[in-house]
Design a protein around this ligand. Structure first.
Ligand SMILES: C[S@@+](CC[C@H](N)C(=O)[O-])C[C@H]1O[C@@H](n2cnc3c(N)ncnc32)[C@H](O)[C@@H]1O
Length: 270
């Protein structure tokens, strides 16, 4: 069996990156996510609470039960969501998402999963467990990576090599870097009804030069968060990382640069 690893790690720089990332990507990720008033929401794979805080702010009447496996992430979430915890708008729960039996069945009005299923060994099991915690007909909103869909101009061979190793390593260690394209199958197999899927893209060229630069910088942080794991596994060397950084500066600055990547959104009903 493949050994399960968390490719981004748990150090404080990475935890801060998750917060920055959630804030920056919110304008793309939030459209299409809606909760009814006073909904009890189950967030699975909450990390440091980066999405949790945004959702609680956007939907001022909901409460969230937020689950993560890692004590380090939950500790950071406890600090980041201090006020929301005091206001009893959120509960932080340590559990493996593959076994949510500690939570009451048929009791949530909605579920939210973001940048998470790529990291678990058995996403289908997680989706089934989540469904059994939802009331009948309650909606689930899922946003996940589809790392196969990636393109930059100018041609960047070191970046492409690194990206291959990043995804291959994640795959070999039990993750699912392309899962965004398979959400329709997974939700359907997990028993959700009215499943709707969409592939959404990030596509920037000279017409959005500022956003292109900002997005590329943010993407560089995602890439480099895996550098310790990839170096340790002998997947990349320091020279490749130096070249990759140089290539990314060209994608940020070159007049004819293009950045393209895509991800998957799925909505279904329990
Ligand atoms: C990339 S973070 C995403 C966090 C959050 N959804 C966000 O967008 O900021 C993925 C999280 O999945 C958690 N995780 C990995 N495997 C898990 C499992 N089996 N059960 C629960 N959480 C898990 C990790 O601890 C990590 O916090």
């Amino acid at each position: 069996m493949k050994k399960q690893e968390y490719i981004h790690g748990y150090d404080p720089v990475e935890q801060e990156r998750l917060i920055e990332q959630a804030r920056y990507l919110d304008k793309w990720v939030r459209p299409g996510v809606d909760f009814k008033r006073k909904a009890r929401v189950l967030e699975v794979g909450c990390g440091v609470g980066a999405q949790t805080k945004i959702l609680l702010k956007r939907f001022p009447e909901i409460t969230i039960d937020a689950v993560d496996l890692s004590p380090e992430q939950l500790e950071a979430a406890r600090r980041y969501l201090k006020r929301e915890l005091e206001e009893q708008r959120v509960r932080l729960i340590q559990a493996d998402a593959a076994d949510l039996s500690a939570l009451e069945a048929n009791s949530y009005d909605s579920a939210y999963i973001c940048w998470f299923l790529e990291h678990v060994r058995d996403p289908l099991q997680v989706l089934k467990e989540t469904r059994s915690r939802l009331k009948r007909n309650a909606p689930i909103f899922v946003s996940e990576v589809f790392n196969q869909a990636f393109f930059v101009n100018p041609y960047s061979p070191s970046l492409l090599k690194y990206w291959f190793e990043f995804n291959d390593y994640q795959w070999e260690t039990g993750g699912h870097p392309f899962i965004g394209a398979s959400l329709g199958n997974l939700l359907t197999e997990a028993g959700y009804r009215k499943v709707h899927t969409e592939i959404r893209s990030f596509h920037f060229d000279s017409r959005q030069a500022q956003e292109r630069e900002r997005f590329t910088r943010s993407f560089e942080k995602v890439l480099l968060s895996a550098a310790p794991a990839l170096l340790k596994a002998g997947r990349v060397d320091r020279k490749t990382i130096t070249k990759l950084k140089r290539e990314l500066v060209r994608v940020e600055k070159a007049k004819d640069a293009v950045f393209y990547s895509a991800w998957g959104r799925a909505v279904g009903r329990a």
